[in-house]
Design a protein around this ligand. Structure first.
Ligand code: ADP
Ligand code: MG
Ligand code: MG
Length: 889
């Protein structure tokens, strides 16, 4: 396709980059023969050029003229002509939908003259003036940047004068008076008159849509949804069709399946004698599609037929916007509909059953993040609950928090660590920051397609909308339930987005059914079957193994129930805490070898017991145990505290235990400026040889006990923080000596491996040498990230990370999602070099990145054998590992 402007008939649904989602789908619907008002799309390239140059790029105005002329020819009417005017809408539409974030202007082309022409040609004065006041209102608000409230207040005042709360009771005179009022507002606010020239209106509206890409709320939304900043939006110019003609007209939105539960059936809202956003803006109460069938059977039947075709064509759940103009149905938008996690799984299963998609596709269409959200806790149904009301179950989940009635308060309280529920009559795009900050959103108006519902579902926030028993008084910061109970700002609420229930107070939460299922509960449930279908296929499809990080037998057992295929990281440091701390202190302050040995001998049986439990829980599966990693001073009292204690005692002449003084000396000796870069990991093992040897002995003896008991232990001993193969050689020699000794005493070989973590850049560079000694590798991507960037997580995350995110230096914290470009290069190189030496080298990754979807896809692509993550993330990792392999096909 050449040029910046493209007729709807030229495009198709796969051109979202160029045409935006709305434009691409309008083109698709046009081409499959659905009734779409004709129009054209100004592409995203034009937007990018406009934003870069600060004005229309060369040639664009001429192209618009060309396509407009063609549209006028098709419609047999001229834009804004005085007799029988063509009117158009100017609609934003980016690659990814950004509901309510960007601008659209309807009825472009009306002016003081053409309003008369429209009245004559339509034979309805009221309709013409209603359209004109809408244009002034939308144009004033979005194109001329005037506070929208000035218009809506004038409208409200006019309705009040009529003693009505419905815009339908305004007659021609009222609307004409409003038009005058709106024109005055525009003159007062901008210092100029509303532009009467239709083409000028069109050009200004196009520019406003382009500019809306960069509004604060659009930027915030993109950051939240991780949508790139540089895509730009397309603009669709489309002939108007009118739902505000009268009661035989109207406008509606619909989903081809329930976007909350995934159930089959059609869901939607319809509003008679209404235009555009009226249906979602809550200006009047909408009716369901079932009622729409009563109102206009012919249009309803046609709508159903079209929805069926759309599902078959897109092979997915679609959401649509439509308008009925005097009994004729028009399609104004469709796209693959956003849905809740629950619905995503259910729809996958249903569509597989229906033969619309195969199971691979069902796996591709759900995400690890969605699975994770299904594993969130739910409200306890057996608890005492004080039900206030039931609204629309708009976005599932169980949220508890304090009621707040405006977004700034939500943001402020959340920043102070409070959980809040944002309560509004209805939300608008300015509420986005509050919605992000809140645990849940409660509105008294609007259904499943309201702004609150759509945005909350997109963000995975719990939302109950349309709780119309609630009288929300935002100014007074309270709501009243059916004239009774009053909830004030700060009162605790519990909202259930799965059922729509709203409770006073905090309702206790319980595990989700999905978690209960993974735990082995075999009760049947539609959602469980859907999850099972996907998990079975994902397990089948994946090449990456999934292990868990677990330090206790209980965690190991849970991880195994969740599908872990071994342990990728068993940290041993927590085994030195609590009562055992004493023994570590003894070890450190021991004055001679005998003292050290005594301390180690006391630790040995305790460690052995720890390992035996874990090896038993993971019988038959590999268990990677990391020898102690953190600096020893972490196990000692704090320097200042201890110094102060002793100083105070000395000053008051109190007796101080000799041991305390020795301890203080040890603490001072071990104190480090940069503990992260100090005496830790393998360095510790070399400095105090007995320590690693004791741990190795405990592991191997535990394994021997398991063998004696008929078990199948598979311990893998992992040495942390190795930079040089010589470090590993030293430690490995000691471990192998212990292994020979244990084998001799127990009269049997103990199967085991000795490997290393790759968590220093030097180790990645020299992985070929290290692999001569290491029998396996595990990338410690936390330390590798710290050591690559040269910052320590604990120090920097809370200090300058937000500035880095704001400045776009990170899209996401490198501790959350692997920095594939930098840290990832070390992972790739380390893997390749290691396998040059040892082609069958087993390579895994441990640390939080092992449970992060994007990182998992990367680890798959560099050919790792497994990822390891926390037990609760294991199902997520299994699913994403499957998706990674299916994506790669
Ligand atoms: P959004 O992306 O915010 O949904 P849209 O561009 O879809 O914005 O338009 C806003 C509203 O105006 C929608 O309800 C849409 O159906 C309606 N609309 C847009 N273009 C037309 C048109 N040509 N005729 C009638 N209604 C329209
Ligand atoms: Mg909108
Ligand atoms: Mg729309």
């Amino acid at each position: 396709m050449t040029g910046y402007v493209h007729d709807f008939a030229e495009g198709d649904k796969d051109q979202k980059d160029l045409l935006g989602g709305k434009g691409a789908n309008l083109a698709e619907m046009t081409n499959i023969g659905l009734p779409v008002p004709p129009g054209f799309t100004i592409d995203t390239e034009a937007c990018r050029a406009y934003l870069a140059e600060g004005g229309f790029p060369d040639g664009l105005p001429e192209e618009v003229t060309e396509h407009l002329t063609a549209l006028e020819r098709t419609m047999g009417r001229q834009l804004g002509a005085a007799d029988d005017p063509l009117l158009v809408s100017v609609r934003s539409g980016a690659k990814f939908s950004m509901p309510g974030m960007m601008e659209t202007v309807l009825n472009v082309g009306l002016n003081d003259e053409s309003v008369g022409g429209l009245a004559a040609s339509s034979d309805s004065e009221r309709f013409a003036w209603d359209s004109y006041r809408r244009l002034l209102q939308m144009f004033g608000g979005t194109v001329l940047d005037i506070d929208g409230q000035l218009f809506s207040e004038a409208l409200e005042a006019r309705k009040q004068e009529k003693g009505s709360d419905s815009d339908l009771d305004l007659d021609v005179e009222d609307l004409q008076a409003l038009v005058e009022q709106f024109k005055t507002i525009i003159r007062d606010e901008t210092g100029r008159d509303f532009p009467q020239d239709p083409r000028e209106q069109l050009d200004l509206a196009i520019k406003a849509v382009f500019d809306s890409w960069n509004t604060d709320r659009a930027r915030l939304y993109r950051r939240q949804e991780r949508i790139p900043e540089d895509l730009g939006t397309a603009v669709n110019v489309q002939a108007m069709v009118f739902g505000n003609f009268g009661m035989d007209s109207g406008s509606g939105v619909a989903f081809t399946r329930d976007p909350a539960s995934g159930d089959q059936g059609v869901y939607g809202d319809y509003l008679q004698n209404a235009q555009g956003e009226d249906v979602v803006a809550g200006i009047r109460n909408t009716v369901s599609l079932a009622d729409f069938a009563e109102i206009d059977r012919t249009s309803y039947d046609e709508l159903l037929e079209i929805m069926k075709r759309l599902e078959e064509h897109y092979r997915d759940m679609c959401d649509i916007e439509f308008t009925v103009e005097r009994g004729k149905l028009w399609m104004l938008q469709t796209r693959v509909g956003k849905r809740t996690a629950e619905a995503a799984f259910r729809i996958g299963r249903h569509m597989t059953d229906e033969g619309l998609i195969d199971t691979d596709e069902a796996v591709r269409r759900v995400t690890g993040a969605q699975l994770a959200s299904l594993m969130f806790p739910r409200f306890d149904e057996d608890a005492d609950r004080d039900l206030l009301t039931v609204g629309v179950n708009a976005s599932p989940g169980a949220a508890v928090g304090k009621a707040v009635f405006d977004s700034p308060t939500a943001v402020e309280w959340a920043a102070n660590g409070e959980d809040v529920i944002l309560v509004r009559k209805e939300t608008n795009p300015d509420d986005l920051s509050g919605m992000v900050a809140a645990r849940g959103i409660l509105t008294s108006r609007g259904g499943k397609t309201s702004h609150a519902a759509v945005v909350a579902r997109g963000m995975g926030r719990t939302c109950v909308s349309g709780a119309d028993d609630l009288e929300v008084d935002a100014a007074a910061k309270r709501f009243t339930v059916d004239g009774g109970t009053v909830i004030e700002e700060g009162d605790t609420l519990s909202i259930d987005g799965t059922t729509g229930e709203v409770f006073a107070g905090a309702v206790p939460v319980v595990d989700s059914v999905v978690v209960r299922h993974f735990e082995g509960d075999d009760s049947e449930d539609d959602l469980i079957e859907a999850v099972d279908l996907v998990m079975t296929r994902a397990d089948d499809a994946r090449r990456l193994r999934v292990r868990a990080n677990a330090d206790t037998a209980e965690d190991a057992a849970r991880a195994r129930r969740f599908g872990a295929e071994g342990i990728g990281l068993c940290r041993t440091e927590h085994m030195f805490l609590g009562e055992r701390r004493q023994l570590v202190e003894d070890l450190i302050i021991a004055e001679d070898e005998a003292g050290q040995e005594a301390a180690l001998a006391a630790l040995l049986p305790l460690q052995r017991e720890d390992f035996a439990g874990i090896l038993e829980a993971m019988d038959g599966l590999p268990v990677t145990i990391r020898l102690i990693d953190p600096p020893l001073h972490e196990f000692l009292p704090e320097l200042t505290e201890l110094s102060v204690e002793i100083a105070v005692a000395d000053a008051t002449g109190e007796q101080v235990e000799e041991k305390k003084r020795t301890l203080l000396a040890a603490v001072q000796r071990l104190h480090e400026q940069n503990p992260m870069l100090g005496l830790r990991g393998v360095r510790l093992g070399i400095q105090i040889p007995g320590l690693f040897e004791m741990q190795a002995r405990a592991i191997l003896e535990a394994a021997a006990d398991r063998l004696d008991a008929g078990g199948d232990p598979r311990p893998e001993i992992m040495v942390p923080l190795v930079a040089s193969v010589r470090e590993l050689d030293v430690v490995k020699r000691h471990i192998e000596a212990v292994a020979r000794d244990v084998a001799e005493r127990r009269g049997r070989e103990i199967p085991h491996q000795v490997g290393t973590m790759i968590e220093l850049p030097r180790a990645a560079f020299l992985a070929d040498r290290i692999a001569k000694s290491a029998e396996f590798f595990s990338f410690g991507t936390n330390d590798l990230t710290q050591m690559s960037w040269g910052f320590s997580r604990d120090d920097v995350e809370s200090s300058f990370f937000s500035a880095y995110l704001d400045n776009g230096i990170f899209d996401v914290s490198p501790f959350e999602s692997l920095d594939t470009l930098g840290v990832g290069a070390f992972v790739r190189m380390g893997t390749e070099k290691g396998r040059e030496t040892r082609p069958d080298l087993k390579v895994g990754v441990c640390g939080e990145h092992g449970g992060d979807p994007a990182s998992i896809h990367f680890f798959h692509s560099v050919g790792l054998d497994y990822v390891s993550c926390s037990p609760f993330r294991v199902p997520v990792a299994r699913l994403e590992a499957g998706r990674a392999n299916l994506d790669a096909d």
